[in-house]
Design a protein. Structure first.
Length: 333
């Protein structure tokens, strides 16, 4: 069965319109999704930069607290003579004046043994049990500070032991003559540090998670860890419990020492939803445009080809021997 002329005219345009619609929807959706993804990645990178700025500010604040403790008048003399009561009275105000964190302050003698511990709390400073008086004596960073090696008066280290991972800033206590009589440690729990950086997760060098502020923290796989360098970050996408997340990993370094890795995570459900919504809208637009085009084209083609269709039918009738049909058509036109 042969198609009417108007359908033969419309059919190629219909195929072309469908092709343009499918390809156009795909290309436009891909471009818009790529732009949204780039914006999301830029936002993640910005949050990572902000996180490192907050860590730098934290380091400066804790170093200032440490300096106030080691340089308070009377501390070297009290520590050198073993006057713990005087040490306690001198250092409690230092702990109490730290309003932005719940620090832990330890005082060590020249052998690295703990002689005093003070903890800052919302209710005020309180004493810390120092029954494990040699806990810091073998810590390499503390050993360097007490030995005064290479001018290392103030350093920072991560202690990943019970009850929780803690970052410590430590500095030597020197007499007026420069003799080292001990050291002071100012510690802040890593969980508290992470709480000040929403969306953050901290890992040690092996990729073990130390602290996080998200419910579905990303995994620091060996592939990701190997790809991270001090000058570049690594992105990762993940889907958990029906939700999509994006993360950016970077090195976690303080005062030139790498403690592990830092990941900043954000929910990417809106990105997936936006891409699907744009694809659906574009499909509707192209479908509506195609239907309207076909409707107008069909009507136009019908009007233009109606005389031709009548002539063809007449010719077919005449060829079949119906000469009367030709006369009727001639009278009609």
């Amino acid at each position: 069965m042969r198609l009417p002329i108007r359908y033969r005219i419309i059919l190629p345009f219909t195929v072309l319109l469908v092709f343009v619609g499918v390809v156009g929807t795909g290309v436009a959706s891909a471009r818009l999704a790529s732009a949204a993804s780039a914006q999301f990645d830029a936002s993640l990178l910005h949050s990572s930069l902000q996180a490192h700025q907050l860590l730098s500010q934290l380091d400066a604040n804790r170093m200032a607290d440490l300096r106030r403790a080691t340089d308070t008048v009377g501390v070297p003399e009290a520590l050198g003579s073993g006057d713990l009561g005087m040490l306690d009275r001198l250092l409690i105000p230092v702990t109490a004046n730290v309003a932005d964190a719940s620090i832990q302050l330890y005082v060590l003698d020249a052998r690295g043994n703990e002689v005093l511990g003070i903890k800052g709390t919302p209710a005020g400073p309180s004493s810390i049990d120092i029954s494990g008086a040699t806990a810091f004596a073998a810590e390499p960073t503390v050993v360097k500070v007490l030995a005064g090696v290479g001018g290392t008066d103030r350093l920072v280290f991560l202690r990943n032991q019970r009850p929780e991972p803690t970052v410590y800033w430590t500095g030597s206590v020197r007499t007026a003559g420069g003799r080292i009589v001990g050291a002071v440690l100012v510690g802040e729990p890593l969980a508290e540090i992470a709480a000040g950086i929403p969306g953050s997760t901290f890992y040690d060098l092996s990729g073990t998670r130390l602290a996080t502020t998200v419910r579905t923290p990303p995994v620091a796989s060996s592939t990701i860890r190997k790809a991270i360098t001090p000058v570049n970050t690594v992105g990762a996408d993940d889907t958990q419990s029906g939700h999509t997340y994006g993360a950016v990993f970077s090195t976690w370094t303080m005062r030139g020492s790498q403690f592990g890795f830092l990941a900043m995570q954000a929910n990417a459900d809106w990105l997936v939803s936006a891409a699907a919504q744009v694809r659906w809208i574009l499909t509707l637009v192209f479908t509506a445009a195609a239907l309207l085009t076909l409707l107008v084209g069909t009507a136009t083609a019908s009007r233009l080809t109606r005389p031709i269709d009548l002539l063809v039918r007449s010719m077919q009738a005449v060829s079949a021997g119906d000469l009367k049909q030709r006369g009727n058509d001639l009278r009609e036109h």
